[in-house]
Design a protein. Structure first.
Length: 135
């Protein structure tokens, strides 16, 4: 029995917590300000983009692969990624019922969210590559 108190010995009384000092009303008002702007829910963004293309949220997040539906889905992925930079690719993927690599593919197709290596690094050609085709 470690840390057992011997019989007849009372515990030391706890020290009272110091009460917070009265705050200036201006400081209290400042601390109540929400510094993060209100973010539109991702499902709302998907619904709006889907409505522009003539599809519902269920169709956009569903399994169908019709070309026009896939285009609308890619637009919705880009819209969500641009409007919600706080969301990771796996989080966006869960909303769309897709793997994060599918979200990455949609963003590459639509030119959304900057990746660690910008697309301009992949698209640049070295000066000697195009010379053979021009001759």
């Amino acid at each position: 029995m470690r840390n057992a108190r011997p019989k007849g010995v009372e515990p030391e009384p706890r020290k009272p917590r110091p009460q917070p000092a009265r705050q200036d009303p201006a400081v209290a008002a400042y601390r109540s300000i929400d510094v993060l702007e209100a973010k539109m829910p991702a499902r709302e963004i998907i619904s709006r983009v889907g409505a522009l293309h003539g599809y519902t949220l269920a169709e956009i997040t569903g399994p169908r692969l019709e070309k026009k539906l896939v285009q609308a889905r890619f637009d919705a992925v880009k819209a969500v990624a641009d409007a919600r930079p706080d969301m990771s690719l796996p989080q966006i993927g869960r909303i769309f019922n897709r793997d994060h690599t599918s979200i990455l593919h949609a963003l590459k197709k639509r030119g959304g969210r900057r990746l660690e290596q910008g697309p301009e690094q992949h698209q640049e050609q070295s000066p000697g590559q195009d010379q053979g085709a021009a001759e």
